[in-house]
Design a protein around this ligand. Structure first.
Ligand SMILES: NC(=O)C[C@H](N)C(=O)O
Length: 311
């Protein structure tokens, strides 16, 4: 954690904590209806409060003032998944960069962060790393050293779907343009590219959240989104250019019926915005990958996942 924090600081990033989000962890987890009722009764914040899924929108506000910002903290997902790569609470390092107009700029920062953090962990904590590479995943060290020397591969979502369609392997989920990539697809793509980290870029518009920038390559066809897939794990990082154009954002939020909830976010554009983008990297998945740990629940002291919150 310290290495990631230091790496971001060294590159001139400003360290921020989304405090309002953090306050929400101390509250009892509730459904949105329960939260609304209890907020009406108790008037603590006067509004329903929730566990945060990401610090991104707060970072976007701060990137307007400080240009390059990052945060590192707990985030929550209510996905009912018992897989060896999902947690209900996980830590995420997130960065946001102003004055960037290309997804390549974001990918460069992602790759640089991954590589410099990993080399630093290897050189500063050799005994801890050695323990895992000796007893848990003996082949991992060589693979990672190789990976650090080579440039990550980039393919578009269109190319990814074509590769999957031409695969001799039969998938449980048939690959189709417009459908999300499943774990089995991600694994195949990484294998196809030589078991190296792979950036998949330009996903279908309808698959991605409202804040991603329309590529204008057809009527709402793709957005400037990127996912970084790594061997054994699948998605490690996700990011995008953000939609900084007010009319685009307004019409998308309107179609989704979210205009009122995100008025403050629209105001960021209304009163002056710049092209910007960012990404998030799951910390436990990062540890899983560099140490070669099979189950995500083994890289966090108190794993919380569906139907289990022991401590
Ligand atoms: N900061 C990011 O781009 C991460 C993204 N908001 C996510 O939750 O995956």
């Amino acid at each position: 954690m310290l290495v990631l924090r230091r790496k971001k600081k060294e590159t001139g990033c400003c360290d921020l904590y989304s405090k309002a989000d953090r306050l929400t962890w101390i509250f009892y987890l509730q459904t949105s209806q329960e939260a609304k009722e209890s907020a009406e009764k108790n008037h603590f914040f006067n509004v329903p409060t929730f566990l945060t899924v990401s610090g991104q929108l707060h970072l976007e506000a701060m990137a307007g003032a400080f240009t390059h910002v990052f945060t590192f903290g707990p985030t929550f997902r209510a996905e009912n998944s018992q897989s060896r790569r999902h947690l209900a609470e996980f830590y995420m390092v997130e960065a946001e960069l102003s004055f960037t107009e290309s997804l390549q700029d974001i990918m460069q920062v992602m790759e640089h962060l991954f590589k410099t953090a990993t080399s630093t962990v290897f050189s500063k904590c050799p005994r801890d790393v050695e323990l895992f590479h000796k007893y848990v995943a003996p082949a991992q060290k060589g693979r990672l050293e190789q990976m650090l020397k080579n440039k990550f591969v980039t393919i578009s979502y269109n190319e990814a779907v074509e590769i999957l369609k031409q695969a001799s392997q039969t998938f449980t989920f048939k690959p189709e343009w417009g459908c999300d990539l499943q774990t089995e697809h991600e694994k195949y793509l990484v294998k196809h590219c030589g078991e190296v980290p792979v950036f998949v870029i330009n996903y279908p518009y309808d698959l991605k959240p409202f804040y991603m920038r329309d590529n204008e390559d057809g009527p709402q066809r793709t957005v400037a989104a990127v996912d970084l897939l790594v061997p054994e794990i699948g998605e490690l990082c996700g990011g995008s250019l953000r939609e900084e154009r007010l009319p685009f954002l307004e019409s998308r939020l309107q179609r989704l019926g979210l205009t009122d909830s995100y008025q403050w976010y629209l105001d960021l554009r209304k009163f002056g915005s710049v092209p910007h983008g960012g990404f998030g990297m799951g910390f436990e998945r990062y540890l899983q990958y560099i140490l070669g740990v099979d189950n995500i629940k083994d890289v966090i002291p108190f794993p919380r996942f569906p139907h289990s919150c022991l401590l």
